[in-house]
Design a binder for this molecule. Sequence first.
Ligand code: GLC
Length: 736
Amino acid sequence: MVLKSQLASAGALLLSLPLAAQAQEAPDADARAEKTLAQMTDAEKRVLLYSRMLGFIAPAKRPADITLGAGYVEGIPRLGVPPLVETDASLGVSNLMNLRKGDVATALPSGLALASTWNPAILRDGGRMIGSEARAKGFNVMLVGGVNLVRDPRAGRNFEYLGEDPLLAGTLVGAQIEGVQSNNIIATIKHFALNDQETGRSSASVNMSEAAMRESDLLAFQIGIETGKPGSVMCAYNRVNGQYSCENRFLLTDVLRRDWGFKGYVMSDWGAVHSTESILAGLDQQSGEQLDKKRYFTTELDKALAEGRIGQPVVDTAARRILRTIYAHRLDADPSAGKAPIDYDANGKVAERAADEGMVLLRNEGELLPLARSAKTILLVGGHGDIGVLSGGGSSQVAPVGGFRKIEKAGSGIAATFARRGYGGLAPLDALRAEFPGARIDYLDGSDPAAAAAAASSADIAVVIAEKYATEAEDQKDLGLGDGQDELIAAVGAANKRTVVVLQTGNPVTMPWRDKVGAIIAAWYPGQRGAASLAGILSGRINPSGRLPVTFPADAAQLPNPVLPGSTLPPPSKEDKATYGIQTDAPPFDLEYPEGSDAGYRWFDARGHTPLYAFGYGLSYSRFTYDRLKVSGGKTLRVSFRVTNAGARAGADVPQVYVRIAGKAKRLVGWDKPVLAPGQSKSVTIMADPRLLADFDAAAQRWIVPAGDVSVEIARSATDPVLTGTARLARSEIKP
Ligand code: GLC
């Protein structure tokens, strides 16, 4: 259990309601589900077991006044059971392919930006905001909570997720889910499990030992489920050790229900069901049934029931779980108010606060930043900075308030069927002009590096926005920025050493020009008002406090898989597509992760690799010192220390606590994010979750904390320890 004290300390910026004030589950959910189930006909029970994509259904045949979105489950009006109206996703109410013509929503910054805040309160406030917009638009299920670990920095959906560490990602996703569900709607956590790359997402089998997956990807889900209590888990496309996630009894019954006590329901991903027998493994609802080869949970289920291959009690169990979740989150008592007014201004400020804390200052030579207010001429180059900011493609893409100013088809293969490259939200050029009213700010699109260099040579400051698009259903070929941007940056940096590079990317990237520029900011996909955050960091109105939730490799050779698994395979055959479904983009293959549970910085630590930028790294305009370290061991680990703002301005720091157990890679066991005035100090206490000190013993089915000494680091990043200590742990065992 992640201790409340740790959660509270991790989310020290009390920007949101205390945990107790969040909407908890209605206490009578189980009894009500039982009562309703007893009144339902068998046919009515089966109605709950599948969703359809209304956008695929002729308007005349669609139910009236239901908001078009990702999926729709009929209700049972005679018993007051509401329909389930589902929308994507973690970054706001998405509107893939403009399904709801012209509909917009507030766009949060990307998942990696949210994770860079290391602040659960930001995730909770963001979740509460996007959940309120979902409800206002008529949705009561929000397909959020993407928490797959970033194992390969080239994976296409990393921008949606919350980084490479299970404690950080699990803690943050739990807060996001809590925020979404505080609107009395159901949130998911997804994609369960090990869907950590796009290549082969439908045809690959991710093969990993139980111990390794329990200590990494599954631990992120476990922490997220414990702290966020999602109503639903979405099982993933890929196979795990040879068996599809959505028919994997080990995952859906042994781990999720027997070990973790999950009481909600499991929905499939869209096009991820391959049998009716999936229901026997623990799948409760086939999602977007039109994408699957068969109507497994309707016509095929009727056959299986008639032939006795599946018994009615199995259907009752699935229906009961869905009913219980509807009642637990008050969907019937507090029906989603369709078409309610939305305060987009107020919601834009929530997105802006997230971007304020989510941008990471990576380099600031000679304290180039913050820019002197006296800067008279600023040149802005590239990144479509004159029209808006970039967002990632796929099901999580939000059409921002104000709409896309530019949108075009993007991606290749499967992604080309739905991916869009879009720019919208507050434009960086407008934000800079508002922030520096006394300066002349010119813009060049960056297509002519020589012209950009010439213009930069006569400007006080040059700001280059470099961008790299990422999308669901397609991984990235390499870690480079591409499109001649490295050359552009090198040319501008050579022309003016006062050059700032702003990385608008969905992933870590390489930076061959790093030593040729003065400052670098990882802005990720900044969201609705992230350009104001960028301008604020450049001017110093905002003191950057972001820390990397992912490792930036120096090059791909440092990675566990230097070549992205499956990326060299030929296209899938017709038989492959027939076997593995319409989302198949590669022949079947075994996907191995050599790092096992040592994803990200743990791999770099185990191998002694020096990254370009480390997990947990980020600069501030303040300076923070740590002292008074006390460490005590025994059954678990208690670490206390003091943080002091030794700088001249208020700011937030993110001191991190890492533990190294003999012979193993270091692990993050806690952090805090104190906001301190100059000279102010705060004492921090972290109690480590014992599972983070343990290895999982699959034979014994126990977490085992070994007896012995552990070293403890209070650090600025995974590679920058400041204080060190040791403690002696007693051996202990924890059930899964
Ligand atoms: C997708 C995604 C999932 C999304 C679902 C509905 O393919 O994998 O994250 O929620 O379909 O759009």
